[in-house]
Design a protein around this ligand. Structure first.
Ligand code: ATP
Ligand code: MG
Length: 188
């Protein structure tokens, strides 16, 4: 244990860089968005500011929005309203995605935001509604100390390569498959 502690302590002492991180939370298990919102809470704990764009969810009654939407340090934008997944109007979906990305671009130019959360962004890249090269270029051009957390399944390769921290959350079990509906405070 003493030897192990010395190795860990040396690794911690050696990690002396500060930089704005790109975090990618992906995979099929539960815990991607809620992890990102946990980092928003930590950010607010230090009196710092955060911006959140929810690209998919059009519902406005989630616990996260009820809470964080009231916090003065948070800019909370739910921009998934125009999607027509069912009616398959691709032009309209691309327009919705681009409107949402324009809001994200504003956050990615705002150095007063310590953390930007791009919740469920990966789906818009997967369906080709946003150009991955453009998205990666905008991420690369952000203020150097700004952290960005991106969530969603099926992250494209360029995001995986660019990210500093990648977690792939595995689906081992989910209560939904036992017939349990989404629970307030846990799932929404
Ligand atoms: P959360 O917001 O709870 O962290 P998530 O962001 O990892 O979840 P999403 O794909 O965005 O996952 O799905 C959000 C909703 O779907 C939540 O209600 C979550 O509990 C549920 N969910 C997540 N993963 C699964 C799964 N593997 N099977 C069924 N439902 C799931
Ligand atoms: Mg999610």
């Amino acid at each position: 244990m003493t030897r192990k502690k010395a190795v860990v302590d040396a690794a911690i002492a050696g990690a002396d860089l500060d930089k704005g991180l790109l975090l990618l939370l992906t995979g099929n298990g539960k815990g991607k968005s809620s992890s990102a919102f946990g980092m928003v809470a930590r950010t607010l704990g230090y009196g710092l500011k955060a911006g959140v764009v929810q690209f998919i969810k059009s519902r406005r009654d989630t616990g996260e929005e009820k809470f964080f939407g009231q916090q003065p340090g948070v800019q909370w934008q739910v921009l998934g309203d125009g999607f027509t997944w069912d009616t398959q109007n691709r032009e309209a979906d691309i327009a919705t995605a681009q409107r949402a990305w324009a809001v994200a671009q504003g956050f990615l130019r705002d150095a007063s935001l310590h953390l930007v959360v791009l919740d469920e962004l990966t789906y818009l890249l997967k369906y080709g509604y946003l150009d991955a090269q453009q998205v990666c270029a905008d991420l690369a051009a952000r203020p150097p100390m700004q952290h960005v957390a991106i969530t969603g399944r099926a992250a494209p390769e360029c995001l995986l390569e660019m990210a500093d921290t990648v977690s792939e959350i595995q689906d081992v079990k989910h209560a939904f498959r036992s017939g349990v509906r989404a629970q307030p405070g846990i799932d929404l």
